[in-house]
Design a protein around this ligand. Structure first.
Ligand code: NAP
Ligand code: GLV
Length: 310
């Protein structure tokens, strides 16, 4: 049994391959190198995989993704419909997503940006107290990430709602489900937090038509994928005052190009796709457990439903 560890990220290959090899002794794990011949891989462990992965390794039966989002895998040519795709579930990422969301939310609601500005002017100028009920938060996507985000924000007593395909029941979180309930979800939301996976259905979901339905002065926090946002729609909505700001971790093109207008817009906070990192130890433990189960023919969690795309 051959496994190819395929990534174009600047990962320390040994730091991943050695412990994976130790945890999966019944298979041989090979590193990917450009321009090499096929190693006859049956399984791939992938993160930002090389474009020709499935064209070179045509015997792959299962791919284990080292992250939650599998959209990059589905863009690769040659991934057969019968190949199993398995993703990482949480492994320490959900708490980071919650932290990121709370940071951006609290910065906006408690006016910490304004206090930074006032400090530069040496001004002691308390701003009006927060009216928590006016900071209604809406979380798009109520899976592993969105659930932790919504629960954490609910624990801070903000009014929170969650929107997903099937509708998730959570104490303290108002439930909205499917396209029919999206308008009502948006209409009650002031801070919109995106934790959706990128699929054919969710691409471009953050566009003028949807963002306009948010409460006036709304704030956008996006941690899903860049292609959820129609980028050219954002600044006109900020100019009109309908949106007051945005914190974005993901972009249509990453790294965000130097000439991109978002860089120099003070209303937009940019981070370089770091809302939640795949933590090495947790990820290795989870992926090796999944692969060992797969090799033993046991049931797995985190198997992507190909027709849904996540
Ligand atoms: P997940 O557990 O599969 O959850 C996905 C959620 O989105 C589910 O609640 C699902 O609804 C909902 N959803 C999917 N398609 C929908 C649609 N068309 N309409 C309404 N709801 C829809 O995924 P996850 O582990 O939470 O990860 C979510 C995404 O976060 C990843 O795909 C990735 O893009 C992103 N992410 C980003 C970072 C970062 O650092 N920026 C890190 C990790 C993950 P159901 O519950 O009804 O199925
Ligand atoms: C990171 O973006 C992930 O999908 O895990």
């Amino acid at each position: 049994m051959n496994i190819i560890f395929a990534s174009t990220m600047d990962l320390d290959g040994d730091a991943w391959i050695k412990p994976l090899q130790a945890a999966i002794p019944s298979a041989r794990i090979h590193g990917w190198s450009a321009n090499s011949a096929s190693v006859g891989a049956d399984i791939a462990i992938a993160w930002n995989p090389p474009k020709d992965l499935f064209q070179r390794e045509t015997g792959i039966r299962a791919v284990f993704n080292l992250g939650a989002g599998v959209d990059a895998l589905f863009r690769l040519p040659g991934l057969g419909d019968d190949v199993s795709v398995v993703r990482i579930e949480d492994a320490g990422m959900a708490v980071q997503m919650a932290e990121y969301a709370v940071y951006a939310l609290v910065r906006a609601s408690r006016q910490f940006d304004e206090y930074e500005r006032l400090q530069k002017l040496k001004r002691w100028d308390p701003q009006p107290d927060i009216q928590r009920a006016t900071w209604s938060v809406g979380v798009l996507g109520m899976g592993v990430m969105g659930t932790r985000v919504a629960q954490t924000i609910a624990s801070l007593d903000y009014p929170v709602a969650g929107w997903s395909r099937s509708g998730k029941e959570l104490p303290g979180v108002q439930k909205f489900a499917g396209p029919d309930e999206l308008p009502a979800f948006l209409a009650r939301t002031r801070v919109l937090i995106n934790t959706l996976p990128l699929t054919d259905e969710t691409r471009g979901i953050l566009r003028r038509e949807t963002l306009q339905q948010l409460l006036p002065g709304a704030y956008l926090i996006s941690m899903g994928r860049g292609a959820h946002l129609v980028e050219e729609d954002l600044q006109p909505l900020l100019d009109s005052g309908h949106l007051s700001g945005a914190t974005l971790d993901v972009f249509g093109e990453e790294p965000l190009p130097q000439q991109h207008p978002f860089w120099s817009d003070p209303r937009i906070t940019i981070t370089p796709h770091v809302a939640a990192a795949s933590l090495r130890e947790e990820t290795i433990e989870q992926v090796s457990d999944k692969i060992n189960r797969y090799l033993r023919g046991e049931p797995l969690t985190g198997v992507v439903e190909r027709d849904r795309g996540y």
